[in-house]
Write a protein that binds this ligand. Structure first.
Ligand SMILES: NC(=O)c1ccc[n+]([C@@H]2O[C@H](COP(=O)([O-])OP(=O)(O)OC[C@H]3O[C@@H](n4cnc5c(N)ncnc54)[C@H](OP(=O)(O)O)[C@@H]3O)[C@@H](O)[C@H]2O)c1
Length: 325
């Protein structure tokens, strides 16, 4: 029997996470077998590795919502053996075994052929975090201009860092990064933020439904109280792209920023993006990869994933961590 090496999360007899040698997956109808070269560790992967994370649909599970690799077995002429591909989202690593394995069987409907100018390592570096940031940047740039002020929260994280780098690449000069980490200021400035503030600077003891207008666009990865206090400070006609909930899922607000300032809330989902848009966004990312140069990327092995996941959940992780298979 052919085997492969994978990270496996089990919920019995007790909750456990370990690198195991398991039978190599067999592709079913409509699937291909991939040899995975790179995966990554996203916030959702960290939740998948945690007992109360609530993202894994069935156990045992190999997590990993991102992968980049090569088709090694296929009955589909559109995705022949030898084709480099990437997959992010859908049910990868959540309802079906994911990218933290050296082989995986994946539905052909999930495959994005790797753009020719993108390496598998670069694809995994971008991964769900960069793809989500690109969707959020599209939403914000559709309603703002490069001289206007954009606020990015959870700035030192994967989505936040990419969002700043992509905005800077598009010529945005007034990017305010919100980070709880004083040590991240230099890196965020190098990425393109012209101002780095702490979340407390946006939080008031007596929040008002409308406050001084400060931001034309917002890319938010934190949610909760921080987002609730940012919305009243969005300029007339501005936009807030909501990507994440690192600080909480509740949003307590009023209708006033919407009905008196006409602001737009733009929800960002990276998981079920239709394939046409998915390919277009990946091609856009591949066409200008300058934004990758400043990014802090850490390369780890499969066995190091649990420690990185803990750092992500503790909010102490910065930049992007990719996993070499
Ligand atoms: N909508 C989608 O499809 C989609 C896709 C990808 C990710 N997400 C979500 O987006 C969020 C960010 O993902 P990521 O991969 O960038 O995660 P990440 O790398 O862990 O970044 C999250 C950042 O948020 C800040 N943060 C963490 N915990 C916080 C807390 N309790 N209160 C306030 N700020 C906190 C930290 O930045 P600072 O220390 O710099 O403040 C942290 O680096 C997550 O909620 C994730 O689930 C959604």
């Amino acid at each position: 029997m052919k085997t492969c090496k994978a990270l496996v999360v089990r919920n019995e007899p007790v909750f456990s996470v370990a690198v195991e040698s398991i039978p190599r997956p067999e592709p079913g109808p409509g699937e291909v077998l991939l040899q995975i070269q790179w995966s990554a560790v996203n916030y959702k992967d960290a939740l998948a590795l945690s007992e109360k994370g609530g993202v894994i649909r069935n156990y045992p599970m190999t997590p990993g919502i991102d992968l980049a690799g090569i088709v090694v077995e296929s009955r589909d002429s559109a995705f022949p053996a030898g084709l480099p591909v990437l997959v992010t989202g859908y049910g990868l690593g959540v309802s079906r075994p994911g990218g933290l394995s050296d082989f995986q069987a994946v539905p052909v409907d999930w495959l994005v052929p790797l753009p020719t100018n993108l390496s598998p390592r670069e694809a995994a570096t971008i991964g769900t975090a960069g793809f989500t940031a690109a969707l959020a940047v599209r939403a914000v740039t559709a309603k703002t201009t490069p001289e206007q002020t954009i606020l990015v929260t959870g700035a030192s994280g994967g989505v936040g860092s990419f969002a700043i780098a992509l905005l800077a690449q598009l010529g945005y000069k007034n990017i305010t990064a919100v980070s709880r980490k004083p040590e991240a200021v230099k890196q965020l400035t190098e990425l393109g933020a012209n101002r780095v503030i702490r979340p407390e600077e946006l939080l008031s003891d007596q929040p008002r439904p409308l406050s001084k207008q400060l931001f034309h666009g917002v890319i938010d990865t934190v949610g909760g109280d921080l987002l609730a206090q940012i919305l009243p400070a969005v300029y007339y006609g501005g936009v807030a792209a909501l990507c994440g909930n690192a600080g909480g899922i509740k949003l307590t607000t009023t209708v006033l920023p919407f009905i008196l300032r006409g602001i737009t809330l733009s929800g960002i989902d990276s998981v079920n993006v239709p394939m046409t848009l998915r390919r277009a966004v990946w091609q856009e990312l591949a066409d200008d990869l300058h934004f990758l140069q400043q990014l802090s990327v850490t390369e780890i092995a499969l066995a190091d994933v649990p420690a990185t996941a803990q750092a992500l959940l503790a909010g102490s992780h910065s930049g992007r961590t990719i996993v070499k298979l």
